[in-house]
Design a protein around this ligand. Structure first.
Ligand SMILES: *Cc1c(COP(=O)(O)O)cnc(C)c1O
Length: 227
């Protein structure tokens, strides 16, 4: 089932790229393996997937030692500051930097560990009460602080769009995130780049790619429904 699902997802990604004249290589597929057993990840690995997304630190750290070392682990869920220490050297990209307190904690801990950490600012584009992330208007207040970080490199933006059964409903959300990423205000910071846009999940990744996603996070579409 996984190989068939992967073929379908790959074909959708390719079509979406073609529709807007993008190269397939401009989009990274992240297999969201939360709640999936190690065996499912091994199966996906055998099919060539190397980028996996987990939303819980404990779950990610539990699976990691059991799996090949060349897997790129993406942390996509809310990160509590007391877990920062344990996760930094084990993830290639933190997609969910969602508060000033967390940004400070990650930079500070990375400095202590003498490593450079890469992450994305999570933006709550639709300003949903139930969601983590900065509201779009809050981002610009962060600029002076972001400039000071020595060990944290911001590589772009991430959003979790509202749940919908019609992907078209989220097109505007994705357009808005893209728009924020190309705002010239970012150009005043040379330790920040805006080359990654992590947006789109099983229900709406094709639309997200049409609107500029460089990383899509697909769980159910690959592994089937979660228990
Ligand atoms: C679970 C999750 C996904 C994947 O969701 P699916 O609808 O199963 O593709 C993507 N991003 C985040 C942040 C998630 O928590």
């Amino acid at each position: 089932m996984l190989s068939q699902n992967l073929r379908e997802v790959e074909s959708n990604i390719k079509s979406a790229c073609e529709r807007v004249g993008r190269a397939r290589e401009s989009v990274t597929l992240i297999a969201v393996s939360k709640t999936q057993p190690v065996s499912a990840i091994e199966e996906a690995y055998a099919l060539g997937i190397r980028d996996f997304g987990e939303n819980k630190v404990k779950e990610m750290l539990g699976k990691e030692p059991q799996l090949p070392a060349d897997i790129r682990w993406h942390l996509i869920g809310h990160l509590q500051t007391n877990k920062v220490k344990s996760v930094l050297s084990n993830t290639v990209l933190i997609h969910s930097l969602d508060s000033l307190k967390l940004l400070d904690a990650v930079d500070f801990e990375a400095m202590k560990q003498k490593i450079t950490v890469e992450g994305l600012l999570e933006v709550n584009v639709a300003e949903e009460e139930s969601k983590f992330g900065f509201h779009p208007s809050e981002l610009w207040e962060l600029l002076s602080r972001l400039r000071q970080y020595k060990n944290l490199r911001i590589r772009g933006l991430m959003t979790v769009a509202p749940f919908t059964t019609n992907a078209e409903n989220n097109r505007e959300i994705f357009q808005k995130l893209k728009e924020i990423s190309i705002d010239t205000k970012w150009n005043t910071l040379d330790n920040i780049s805006m080359d990654i846009l992590s947006m789109g999940m099983t229900g709406d990744y094709s639309v997200a790619i049409e609107e500029g996603a460089t990383m899509v996070r697909v769980g159910t579409g690959l592994f089937g429904a979660r228990a």
